[in-house]
Design a protein around this ligand. Structure first.
Ligand SMILES: Cc1ncc(COP(=O)(O)O)c(C=O)c1O
Length: 392
C-alpha cells in the first residue's frame, strides 16, 4: 500500500489543512519551514534522541502480560510501556521535540492545552528543564477530575488557566489556547498535544510520536517475539495510536485497531466517538470527522477519561478510516473501569483510564483468539492521576 501523507498543502486525503485566521498562516508557514529544515539534521536528531534517552528514559519496554494472558486463555498480550516514560505517558515524546523547535525559533513563552493533564504535565516539565515560561489551559471540569496533575504542573512553575466555557473540558481548553496564541504569536510557541490542529501540527506530532512503533519493531526482533497479528491503542485526539501504528501502516498483514471512548454508549449522546459517529467538519484549524448535530454545531462529549473526552479526531485517522486501513472500535465507561480493576490486580500495573479502553478491547479480543496469536497494546500512560475517581 502506498502511503505518503500529508500532501504539500497539509491534507490527509480530504482531511487536514490550515483553517485559521490570516495572522496564524504566516507563523504556521514559518514553523513548517523550520521543521522541514531541521528534522533530518544531525544536531537536531541527536539532541532529540539524547533527551529521549537521558531525560525521558526511553526506550520503554515491551512487556509480556503473562498473568493476564493466562487469565484470558487466548492470544498472548504484550504491552508497549509508555507509562514508564518520565511524567507517566507518551505525551512527552512530542513535547520534547516541539520544545526544541521552540528554542530554535527563540520563543520565550510556551502555551499548551490539556485534558487528562498528561500533556500539560509534560509541557510544564520540559519548560522547567529549559527555563521557558509556561501557561497551561485546562477545562474547569478536568481540573477537578485530574487534580493530582494540576498540583504537579503548579509545582513545576506553570500558570494554569481554568477554562469555564462550554463543557469545560479539552475542546474548550484548545479554543482558549488558540485565542492566546493569536494574541501573543510573536513571542509564544503553542505546543499542541495531539495530532489535531492546523498543518503542520498533525504531521509534527505524528513524527515525534512515531518513536513508539519504530522502537517496538526493533524490540520485537531483539526479543525474538513473533510478529503481532493485532496492534491496539486508545483514541483521543489520536497521538498515542498513530505513534504506535505509523511504522506498521504499510504492513497489511497486521490488523491495527483504534479504540474510541463510547462513554455511556453510542446510542446515547454521552460519548466521544467521532470516528464511529462523526461527520466531516472544521474544528481547531483542521477538517476532520467531528461529533456535530444536524446544524453542524459541535456536540458536547462525555467519557470517564478526560484525555479521550474530545469531539474531534486528528485528520490522519479520518483518512485511515476512509482507506479502511484501521478499524475503529469503541469501549464504554463500564468496560474500561472493569479492565482497570482486573489489570491492577493481575499485572501489578496501574493504567491510565485512557489506556484502559485499549486494554478492555484487547481483553475481549484475546479470549476469542488462539494461543499462538499475538496482540500488542499501547499502554499510553499510568493511572495514579485517576485513582481518586475509582470507587472500590
Ligand atoms: C495516558 C493518555 N492516553 C491517551 C490519551 C489520548 O490522547 P491521544 O489520542 O492524543 O493519545 C491521553 C490524553 O490526554 C492520555 O493522557
Amino acid at each position: 500500500m502506498k502511503y505518503n501523507f500529508p500532501n504539500k498543502n497539509g491534507y490527509f486525503g480530504k482531511h487536514g489543512g490550515k483553517y485559521v485566521s490570516e495572522i496564524l498562516i504566516n507563523i504556521l508557514n514559518k514553523l513548517e519551514k523550520k521543521y522541514f529544515f531541521y528534522r533530518y539534521k544531525f544536531n537536531f536528531i541527536n539532541k532529540y534522541y539524547k533527551e529521549l534517552k537521558n531525560f525521558i528514559g526511553r526506550p520503554t519496554s515491551i512487556y509480556f502480560a503473562k498473568r493476564l494472558t493466562k487469565f484470558l486463555k487466548g492470544a498472548k498480550i504484550f504491552f508497549k510501556r509508555e507509562d514508564l516514560n518520565h511524567t507517566g505517558a507518551h505525551k512527552i515524546n512530542n513535547v520534547i521535540g516541539q520544545a526544541i523547535l521552540a528554542k530554535i525559533m527563540n520563543k520565550k513563552r510556551i502555551i499548551a492545552e490539556t485534558g487528562a493533564g498528561q500533556h500539560g504535565l509534560a509541557t510544564s516539565t520540559i519548560c522547567a528543564k529549559f527555563g521557558i515560561k509556561c501557561t497551561i489551559y485546562m477545562g474547569e471540569n478536568d481540573i477537578k477530575r485530574q487534580s493530582e496533575n494540576v498540583k504537579k504542573m503548579k509545582l513545576l512553575g506553570s500558570k494554569i488557566i481554568s477554562v469555564k466555557t462550554g463543557t469545560k473540558t479539552l475542546k474548550d481548553a484548545l479554543n482558549e489556547a488558540m485565542k492566546d496564541w493569536i494574541k501573543n504569536v510573536k513571542n509564544t510557541f503553542y505546543i499542541i498535544g495531539t495530532i489535531a490542529g492546523p498543518h503542520p501540527y498533525p504531521m509534527i506530532v505524528r513524527d515525534f510520536q512515531s518513536i513508539i512503533g519504530y522502537e517496538s519493531i526493533l524490540q520485537i526482533f531483539e526479543n525474538k517475539i513473533n510478529i503481532p497479528k493485532y496492534i491496539i491503542a486508545s483514541i483521543g485526539g489520536g497521538s498515542n495510536s498513530i505513534g504506535i501504528f505509523y511504522s506498521y501502516i504499510k504492513k497489511n498483514n497486521i490488523k491495527l485497531i483504534g479504540v474510541e471512548a463510547a462513554g455511556k454508549g453510542l446510542h446515547t449522546l454521552l460519548n466521544s466517538s467521532s470516528l464511529n459517529l462523526g461527520k466531516l467538519g472544521v474544528l481547531h484549524g483542521n477538517k476532520t470527522y467531528l461529533l456535530q448535530n444536524k446544524n453542524y454545531q459541535i456536540l458536547s462529549t462525555h467519557s470517564i477519561s478526560a484525555g479521550l473526552d474530545y469531539p474531534g479526531i486528528g485528520p490522519e485517522h479520518s483518512l485511515l478510516k476512509d482507506l479502511n486501513r484501521i478499524d475503529y472500535e469503541f469501549i464504554i465507561n463500564k468496560e474500561a473501569l472493569k479492565s482497570f480493576i482486573i489489570f491492577c490486580k493481575i499485572e501489578g500495573i496501574i493504567p491510565a483510564l485512557e489506556s484502559c479502553h485499549a486494554i478492555a478491547y484487547a481483553m475481549k479480543l484475546a479470549k476469542n483468539l488462539s494461543k499462538n496469536k499475538i496482540i500488542l497494546v499501547n499502554l499510553s500512560g499510568r493511572g495514579e492521576k485517576d485513582i481518586n475517581n475509582i470507587n472500590l
